[in-house]
Write a protein that binds this ligand. Structure first.
Ligand SMILES: [Zn+2]
Length: 381
């Protein structure tokens, strides 16, 4: 039921966010990431596309009819997968204006589908059957030894610079540097396996980032970003989890990180408010929230030891596409405002970046060892 609502949410987001397709759309290709429990298939298209989704048995398959769409002859129409969830993906020109994309199923639990833009692509998440977690594990929470794999996601990259500071500092460079430092600490100090969604200045689409985390069966997903505001005086640190929100500033931040306009974000939010409430119970919300609080308070407390005017903006919720579909506790940290002159200056310095990386790692440690909860600061977070 939850998944159905979640799927409806995404469908509404698609139609409110991207409007009605009118021009003929062409298929550009197919991509996929897979593991034993999860497969994400991406259909690249050259414009906004309307589609329907269907599930059939005998043989078991999902199919998506893409309207006003054309499949060029040079595109390979069938890709074998055979990962235990999907047998293969195939496509055909069903009639003059419909392309049918078929996913032949092995064993699945659920699926989600949504459309992203810049460039346009249809993302299909297919979830396989999961083994239930032993009760003792759930009660105890995962210990330090059980949290083995952390995916660190430095925001933006390549042709997407992210936010740009008044002195020209680029978000993509700052977050890559902090991410690498964080990865080194988690690896060396805590013996964790660290996987980066990018290690270089390269463009990685949002859907690929979550797909990497799911297909590598990561235990945690941490996306690192630097914040920006049109009001240059705004400064501070905030940590997000995936959820709906009525907070204007949170929506503005998510709109920027999702590369959609605030207006589209606003419209999508108001249209799906009822459905979105159910999202609160999905997506490992409680664990993500606990991780977010631990990281947020660790960063604020650590920086306050050495720096003045560290503003605690708290833990917030918003619809970040990069977190949609993540199967593990996942957060997005906005490490400071690159748009603020003083914070840009700090972000340009190695010592500040190191402090932030150390503090995020500490936060992860506190999250893993619940007995060592950080003391709450006087601020409400
Ligand atoms: Zn960003």
């Amino acid at each position: 039921m939850k998944k159905v609502l979640f799927m409806s949410l995404l469908m509404v987001l698609i139609f409110t966010g991207y409007g009605v397709a009118s021009k003929e759309v062409t298929i550009k290709g197919f991509r996929y990431w897979s593991s034993e429990t999860y497969t994400r298939v991406v259909v690249d298209v050259n414009g906004p596309v309307k589609f329907t989704r269907n599930r059939l048995s005998n043989p078991a398959r999902l199919f998506f009819d893409l309207k006003n769409c054309r499949l060029p002859k040079d595109i390979t129409p069938s890709i074998p997968i055979g990962d235990g969830i999907l047998k293969n993906v195939r496509a055909g020109q069903f009639n003059t204006e419909t392309v049918r994309v078929v996913l032949d199923l092995q064993e699945i639990e659920n699926f989600n589908v949504f459309l992203l833009k810049d460039p346009y692509r249809l993302v299909i998440d297919v979830f396989g059957k999961k083994k239930p977690e032993p009760v003792s594990e759930i009660k105890k929470g995962k210990g330090l030894r059980e949290i083995r794999i952390v995916v660190i996601d430095p925001g933006h990259g390549g042709r997407d610079p992210g936010a740009i500071g008044p002195q020209g500092l680029l978000e993509k460079d700052v977050v890559l540097s902090v991410s690498k430092k964080l990865g080194n600490i988690l690896r060396k100090k805590y013996g964790m396996k660290v996987i980066y969604t990018r290690k270089r200045d390269v463009f990685i689409p949002l859907e690929e980032r979550t797909a990497i985390a799911n297909s590598k069966k990561a235990d945690l997903f941490i996306s690192i970003h630097a914040n920006a505001s049109r009001q240059k005086r705004v400064r501070g640190i905030e940590t997000y989890i995936l959820n709906w929100t009525t907070n204007r500033e949170a929506m503005r931040v998510a709109a920027r990180e999702n590369a959609i306009s605030y207006k589209k974000m606003q419209q999508a939010q108001s249209d799906v408010q009822m459905i979105l409430q159910d999202l609160a119970r999905d997506n490992k919300k409680d664990e993500s929230m606990r991780l977010a609080y631990n990281v947020q308070s660790s960063v604020v407390n650590t920086l306050r030891q050495d720096y003045s005017k560290i503003v605690n903006l708290g833990v917030k919720q918003a619809l970040f596409y990069v977190l949609v579909g993540a199967e593990m506790p996942s957060i997005l940290v906005e490490i400071s405002f690159i748009s603020n002159y003083a914070e840009e200056k700090r972000l340009a310095k190695k010592t500040y970046r190191e402090k932030i990386a150390e503090a995020i790692a500490e936060g992860v440690k506190y999250y893993i060892s619940p007995l060592k909860f950080v003391k709450k600061t006087s601020d409400s977070i």
